[in-house]
Design a protein around this ligand. Structure first.
Ligand SMILES: *Cc1c(COP(=O)(O)O)cnc(C)c1O
Length: 386
């Protein structure tokens, strides 16, 4: 069986193995410089996208092994890794857009991407139209309205948990399309299958998966990835070989970790939905999610993130975070520890209350990144805190 024919679980194990001298574990190549004895080869490598044996800002074997492996799992031709998700995001924007260009972006999305697209892009004369991308017609209408260079979507949205129709994004004619698939992971959804050009992950989250590496990764057709590299090499948001090693190691177990976390998440979502202190549970795997059917068409499960809106607002959110013992209050997601984020006082604290409301972040919202503890223990902890 060729690696391309293998299932995603198998590709996650097989991918990203270079000429490693028989080492079963992928080696770490920390060198920033490589011997350049043949000057013809050197001259060629200096301009070859993602060359791995020239200078580490251009590429290194470990970082590229990680990016190639994610590309294989996503079913893409090529991949490129970055020192963080935001390093990837700013590279995509500034590699593909110039002053005067227009971006259509989802209104409700990860707050720092929102800052990049609104505040930073505005300073550079790039027009950004924010739309309710959970409404596929509104998204298509916004793109049809004016020439558009780039469409930026995120599904499920962090933290509002709305779902964007991947078929609709993949079917858009004209602009480059990007989907931030961090909240789903490649184990749960694969936007390239729907025709999306670029798939974005903050691999800091579930791909590396252990809360110990900062990484971004983008996959797509080789030509487009090469264009991103052209800006990446001057922008310099390069991944460390050590973090890329951890990313590749995380990818090996992504599917089993996600299967377990998603199973627990479904149980938690169902149980918390019935609790009187809970106003609403937002989880794509619940029949009560307004886009449940769409989610089940394009996702293999509801994912491992459960969002709970507490009836008591900001103070209830704060009290909950102070009460939990097993779950840890922290702002990341996708690791083995169950983490609870209170966006109003943590990840979205830099936004004004009005901006938070516009992004679908009420004051009593909690985002729970379900970890790998026993489901009954997590449930007991969360219910005790309620
Ligand atoms: C964390 C996150 C990012 C940013 O990634 P970093 O690795 O923290 O830079 C982007 N999008 C989503 C959905 C995220 O959760």
């Amino acid at each position: 069986m060729s690696d391309e024919q293998a299932r995603r679980e198998t590709r996650a194990i097989r991918a990203g193995r270079g000429p490693n001298q028989g080492s079963v574990a992928s080696p770490i190549w920390p060198s920033t410089a490589y011997e350049l004895r043949d000057l013809d080869v050197s001259a060629r490598m200096a301009v070859t996208p993602l060359a791995t044996e020239f200078y580490a800002r251009n590429g290194t074997p470990t970082v590229q092994a990680f990016a190639d492996a994610v590309a294989q799992v996503e079913g893409a031709e090529a991949g490129i890794a970055f020192g963080s998700g935001m390093g990837a995001a700013s590279t995509i924007v500034f590699a593909l857009c110039s002053p005067g260009d227009r971006i259509v972006a989802q209104a409700s999305m990860f707050s720092v991407t929102n800052q990049l697209l609104t505040r930073t892009c505005e300073r550079f004369g790039i027009e950004v139209a924010l739309v309710d991308a959970f409404d596929a017609d509104a998204l298509c209408a916004a793109v049809a309205e004016k020439p558009t260079q780039l469409v930026w979507c995120e599904t499920p949205a962090n933290p509002a948990m709305g779902i964007v129709d991947l078929e609709a994004v993949g079917g858009l004619m004209g602009p480059f399309t990007v989907v931030d698939s961090t909240m789903a992971t490649p184990a749960v959804q694969n936007p390239h299958d729907h025709g999306v050009h670029l798939v974005f992950h903050s691999a800091t989250k579930a791909i590396a998966g252990h809360n110990d590496a900062l990484l971004g990764v983008v996959t797509g057709e080789r030509e487009l990835i090469d264009v991103l590299w052209g800006h990446h090499v001057v922008h310099g948001a390069v991944a460390s070989p050590f973090d890329a090693f951890l990313g590749l190691r995380g990818l090996r177990t992504l599917h089993v970790r996600q299967r377990q976390a998603c199973e627990t998440a479904q149980v938690l979502a169902e149980r918390l939905e019935a609790h009187p202190a809970v106003e609403r549970v937002r989880y794509p795997g619940l029949a009560s999610h307004p886009q449940h059917e769409l989610a089940m068409r394009q996702m293999r499960s509801g994912g491992s993130i459960v969002v709970v809106d507490l009836a008591g607002g900001y103070e209830a959110g704060r009290a909950f975070v102070e009460q939990i013992e097993l779950a840890i209050p922290a702002v990341s997601l996708g690791g083995p520890e169950t983490l609870v984020t209170h966006p109003a006082s943590m990840s979205a604290a830099s936004l004004s209350p009005d901006e938070r409301i516009a992004m679908g972040i009420p004051e009593g919202m909690l985002r729970i990144s379900v970890g790998l503890e026993h489901a009954d223990d997590v449930l007991a902890d969360l219910v005790a805190a309620l």
